[in-house]
Design a binder for this molecule. Structure first.
Ligand SMILES: Cc1cc2nc3c(=O)[nH]c(=O)nc-3n(C[C@H](O)[C@H](O)[C@H](O)COP(=O)(O)OP(=O)(O)OC[C@H]3O[C@@H](n4cnc5c(N)ncnc54)[C@H](O)[C@@H]3O)c2cc1C
Ligand code: FES
Length: 261
């Protein structure tokens, strides 16, 4: 089983990169060195009222300097993510990771891949774009002209944008963007809201494309102990004999055909 570590990380930098979206680099000891694209960390709040850690994907991994980058959306007032947005360089944060399985990089080897991100599902695509071999096309869906992480993604892959309001790129969703640009791929890696993943799953099935999706289910423990994060699987679990998979442990990345959305 892959190692995970509980560490006191130190904030290296904190920057607002779009309305309500923040980017934070954290100095870690072991987590950065052990992490893979598509894995996540659990970030604990300082506030004693907020006991449960918040799962946040690794956006970038700098193994040499022992740092990880997270990009997160503040979900509202008095939330854990709002607390994170107040952290300054030098502040500390308890984190646990790396957690989850990560993307199967070998499945993209020598192939043409779509890396599809929607909203706050875009961040994990940065490290994936860096590490995946083969031809890569990132298709990113945003609400409006506030395009975040576009520069980083464009450095490592062909970069296509869809916006809901049509202010940039294709007006519509990521699949509208794929159709408009007549893009083709052999394998899909995707992360984003469930309706987007559902649409991508059926697009992949229709076109016979292998499709890997990263799910952002609500979590509690983040380490496979509480079953708060189960999703329905098409196969029966060997141990419990039920159609369940724990997103935090067996996921968050699944072959789309193995899970019900
Ligand atoms: C594997 C994974 C990766 C994620 N990666 C990112 C990311 O890179 N960037 C980002 O902005 N968000 C990401 N999320 C969503 C993020 O975890 C939630 O937005 C966050 O936990 C909300 O916490 P809060 O304190 O702001 O909200 P609150 O509403 O105060 O949270 C209350 C509780 O519900 C849980 N919760 C609420 N919404 C979610 C959610 N969508 N998913 C999981 N738990 C939730 C919280 O962890 C907390 O325990 C990810 C979720 C998962 C499961
Ligand atoms: S969050 Fe507890 S089992 Fe997944």
């Amino acid at each position: 089983m892959a190692e995970k570590y509980k560490e006191t990380a130190v904030v290296v930098s904190q920057e607002q990169i779009a309305d309500g979206i923040y980017s934070m680099w954290l100095q870690t000891e072991q987590i950065a060195r052990a992490a893979k694209p598509g894995q996540f960390i659990s970030v604990y709040c300082h506030s004693a009222e907020k006991l449960l850690p918040r799962p946040i994907s690794l956006c970038e991994i700098d193994r040499e300097q022992g740092r990880v980058r997270i990009v997160y959306r503040v979900t509202g007032k008095n939330t854990g993510t709002e607390e994170f947005s107040t952290y300054k360089p030098g502040d500390q944060a308890e984190i646990l990771g790396p957690l989850g399985n990560g993307f199967p990089l070998e499945r993209g080897e020598g192939k043409t891949s779509f890396l599809i991100g929607g909203g706050i599902g875009i961040p994990p695509m940065v490290q994936l774009a860096k590490e995946l071999n083969g031809e890569k096309q990132v298709v990113a869906g945003y609400r409006n002209e506030q395009i975040f992480l576009g520069e980083e993604l464009g450095e490592h892959a062909a970069f296509y944008v869809a916006t809901e309001d049509g202010s940039r790129g294709t007006k519509g969703n990521v699949l509208d963007c794929i159709r408009e640009n007549e893009l083709k791929a052999d394998v899909i890696f995707a992360c984003g809201p469930t309706p987007m993943l559902r649409a991508i799953k059926s697009y992949a099935a229709e076109h016979g494309i292998e499709c890997w999706i990263s799910m952002e289910e609500r979590m509690a423990c983040g380490i496979g102990a509480c079953l708060a994060c189960v999703c329905k699987s098409t196969e029966v679990d060997e141990h419990s004999q039920v159609h369940n998979k724990r997103v935090c442990k067996e996921g968050p990345v699944f072959l789309a055909s193995e899970v019900e959305l």
